[in-house]
Design a protein around this ligand. Sequence first.
Ligand code: TYD
Ligand code: MG
Length: 447
Amino acid sequence: MAKQRVQFECGNCGHLSAKWLGVCPSCNEWNTYSEVVHKKESSKKHKVDISTVETGDATRLSDVKPNQNSDRFSTNLEELDRVLGGGLVRGSFSLLGGDPGIGKSTLMLQVAKKCPEMKILYIAGEESASQIKQRAGRIGLIGDNLFVSSSTQIQQVVTQARKIKPDLLVIDSIQTVFSEQLTSLPGSVQQIRECSAMLQQIAKKENITTMMIGHVTKEGDIAGPRILEHMVDTVLHFEGDKNHLYRLLRCIKNRFGPAQEVGVFEMKEHGLEEVSNPSALFMSDTEAEVSGNAITCIMEGTRPILVEVQALVSPSNYGTPQRTSSGFDQRRLSLLIAVLEKRGGLSLSGQDVYLNIAGGLKISDTAADLAVLTALASSLNDKVVSKSLLFIGEVGLGGELRKVSFAEQRLREAAKMGLKKAVLPKHTAVNQHLLKLRPAAFISDLF
Ligand code: TYD
Ligand code: MG
């Protein structure tokens, strides 16, 4: 008879322990242990006789036949194709993560709408079929090509997939599918591990392209065991700001193409709309020129995006002046303020500093440093910086301007958006005549 045994399992890496632990010895995560009940089968069953094991012959790589069907097919959504590296690879096994309500389900339904010739099996664990229908109506999808199933038992999912043989299998979400052979609840580490392993086999053996939707933890990681991310071919992350309508689809891992590619969408009344020119989205609309604004160009993947940095410097009413930033790292802002004071000769003590990236974008590209400093100086001196100027350059602690990567792409994008002149680090090698260049070696040359 099967014995029951209580163990504790790390929710991050799946490490097992007989006792509850505060910190996992395997992955060093805190507070990840929860109780799990294992059914222990009689140990005799598991004894493997090596003489009966199948040989599992290794093959010379040169003798391996390439999979004839391993071609890509387009999702007809240009932004999604770009992130995937040119479309979905047949038989690939992917994971799409993101905050609740960001538009993961909508994105998958829009693939169904855009590809009427593609057969899609949609496992709806989060919503009922009628809710899906309602949403489909909203985005204008009729859905002759879309098969919806609310059964999330993994064996049934596999049966359905074998019967329907879809071009694309969508699991919405991996946290809702479960295997009856396990006693733990759907969403637990074992269930996710077991179910995703079965789905992986379906994808690889039957060549069914599979897209799993996954929840995201508070820290922004994909919930469930880390092995999930190792198992899949592609990890996509859908992110955005609750207060803004734009959504960024980021590729974190891609076995079939470049990672770090970014697709931009905007959530509209009738679903997600692709944004082919994101620079226009993140620049503020007003023609009026005010002090405290400076334009820079950041790279998202291989894509240059123009953004406007806005600063407000005003005398502080309190002893300790405030430094607040949104969309830009607060510590980097403090560092840049210190550089501006020490190397640029401007005094910001006794001044509150507010920094904002227009459009709600979060930027981490250090090429924006120079624009941040310019915006601060502009606001402090109440001097307008022309909207036809581009500022790119990383700022070092000595006040020196450091070279940035992809300088040419950035300048080309700026020229496309109608900018006239670029301020950039001195030794940047650029070979273009679209913009007038104003090289500088130190920030003191500028302020
Ligand atoms: P959804 O795809 O359900 O998010 P997820 O699957 O990631 O949880 O997105 C739902 C959100 O999108 C919801 O807040 C409503 C909004 N939405 C629109 O604004 N327009 C639309 O056309 C649709 C379908 C949804
Ligand atoms: Mg959903």
